[in-house]
Design a protein around this ligand. Structure first.
Ligand code: BES
Ligand code: MN
Ligand code: ZN
Length: 496
């Protein structure tokens, strides 16, 4: 995978005297920030007069560069807008950091210093947000281009009032988060011919080689059959690529016996729909159908970096969903690992099939909680658009904890109902359960209801990331969500 020539530093300096190519300070709509005010004194009130004259607007995401500012060592002073002071949040912070980084990208700058953190909220969230945003804005995926844009090595420094332990911890957290997010984005963006179920297993295996606390076991085709994972077999049988079931265990708790949290990631490395073939337009985006798996692996990497005192198990059923003479057909009935039989009415509803066997496999851990992450339904985009991830849960404490982490990190989720009234849509005349509901209405809910039939033995939440894992259009690319959310949740669990 590619590495970026971008690095990060935490500093506590007199910014007027700091030698840096670009010094970034912030400003509100009608008030200079404390950092800007401090410089303004050295600059004989220039910033205040630019604000008074309306040349600096302070509007969220605006940038105002000053070349060779008077009495300040930086080559450029870049004033970024934070919007109205009362509304300043990690969102405006991120918008401003993005705007500054976009501006920097057009300049031959190598050292960039952000001094924007006073009055800006909890450092535990703002410092990681700066790192995460710079990583997003500077991210490129050009592994498969023969001509790569040359990029100078860049150092982004974050200036703070004092280098306390708490601030250092926030910085380390940000670096770990960034590593996890970049892995998730790289895996998502990798084309399906370069990321098969076997390739995905190799990635997990390599993570385990990299970190002592991670242990990887790959169950192959025959293990999967032997365990009775008939639903995974059914989805994979049309493809020339063999399925794999990845078990990646992290032991960070005092005791190996401590009940783990289990993360399950949908790993469909390409979803053609199978015999229920998808339409051609946009089908390339189904290389992203392993983003659940990618976010789980990214989260595991970040967890291992931070050495969180928890036990966590990642389970990833990895398959390719293809049409062929050996493919599963609509109407076929298969037996899942749980023993429940499933009538497969639509081979394109394959995510829930591979997940149900993984969710049954999870029972053996007697887990504290199980969270699955999946690009499960197009219907979640109809319901919620692309802002929040869809959340379903059989345990409200777990749902509340995930919602709180979503708010804090702004990697937000929105809970949908899983009422009993929906369950009957999954009735089948020929098997215990059908793999799709009656019609298109409430498609994300019936998908979650399907999964709920396999999760009765533990606290469980399901994250439908079909609308949030990647963006389409000119800037097509994986977002790295919901690694920020999951890492925050796990961090808080490790403190509980
Ligand atoms: N991977 C898709 C879901 C998806 C579709 C994600 C579009 C992002 C964009 C999933 O396997 C699928 O095909 N779901 C079907 C379910 C249907 C057949 C009940 C869907 O959403 O159409
Ligand atoms: Mn599908
Ligand atoms: Zn799918």
């Amino acid at each position: 995978m590619k590495t970026q020539p971008v690095s990060y530093q935490l500093i506590s300096e007199d910014i007027a005297a700091l030698e840096t190519d670009v010094l970034v300070v912030n400003c509100y709509e009608d008030e200079l920030s404390p950092d800007a005010k401090a410089l303004d004194a050295a600059m004989d009130g220039l910033l205040q007069s630019l604000l008074d004259s309306g040349e600096i607007t302070g509007k969220a995401g605006s940038v105002f560069p000053i070349f060779q500012p008077k009495n300040i060592k930086a080559r450029y002073l870049l004033v970024v807008g934070f919007g109205a002071r009362e509304k300043a949040s990690v969102v405006t912070l991120s918008k401003a950091v993005d705007a500054a980084t976009q501006w920097v990208k057009k300049m031959p700058a190598e050292t960039i210093t952000f001094s924007i953190l006073s009055n800006c909220g909890k450092k535990a969230y703002t410092i990681p947000k700066i790192i995460e945003t710079v990583a997003h804005t500077t991210y490129t995926f050009n592994q498969y281009k023969s001509k790569k844009d040359e990029q100078n090595a860049q150092v982004y420094a974050i200036n703070v009032a004092a280098l306390t332990e708490e601030i250092q911890a926030a910085f380390d957290y940000g670096l770990a988060l960034k590593k996890g997010v970049l892995l998730t984005k790289d895996l998502g963006n990798t084309p399906a011919n370069h990321l098969t179920p076997t390739d995905l297993s190799d990635i997990a295996d390599n993570l385990a080689r990299e970190y002592d606390d991670l242990h990887c076991k790959i169950l192959n085709d025959s293990d999967i059959k032997r365990l009775g994972m008939g639903a995974i077999v059914a989805v994979s049988q049309g493809s020339a690529e063999a399925p794999n079931f990845i078990v990646l265990e992290y032991h960070g708790a005092q005791s190996r016996e401590e009940a783990p949290i289990v993360l399950v990631g949908k790993g469909v490395t390409f979803d053609s729909g199978g015999i229920s073939l998808k339409p051609g337009a946009g089908m390339d985006e189904m290389k992203y159908d392993m983003c659940g798996a990618a976010s789980v692996l990214g989260t595991m990497k970040a967890v291992a970096e931070l050495a969180l005192p928890l036990n966590i198990v990642a389970l990833i059923p990895a398959v390719e969903n293809m049409p062929s003479g050996t493919a599963i057909k609509p109407g076929d009935v298969v037996t899942s690992m749980s023993g429940q039989t499933i009538e497969i009415l639509n081979t394109d509803a394959e995510g829930r099939l591979i997940l149900c066997d993984a969710l049954t496999y999870a029972e053996q851990y007697e887990p504290k909680a199980v969270i699955d992450v999946a690009t499960l339904t197009g219907a979640i985009i109809i319901a919620l658009g692309h802002e929040p991830t869809g959340l379903f849960a059989n345990n409200q404490d777990l749902a509340d904890a995930l919602m709180a982490s979503g708010e804090a990190t702004r990697d937000r989720v929105w809970q949908l109902p899983m009422w009993d009234e929906y369950q009957s849509q999954l009735d089948s005349p020929f098997a215990d359960i059908a793999n799709i509901g009656g019609g298109r209405a409430g498609g994300s809910i019936t998908a979650a209801c399907f999964l709920s039939r396999f999760t009765e033995k533990y606290a469980w939440a399901h994250l439908d990331i079909a609308g949030t894992a990647w963006t389409s259009g000119a800037n097509k690319g994986a977002t790295g969500r919901p690694v920020g959310l999951l890492l925050d949740y796990l961090k808080k669990q490790s403190l509980a």
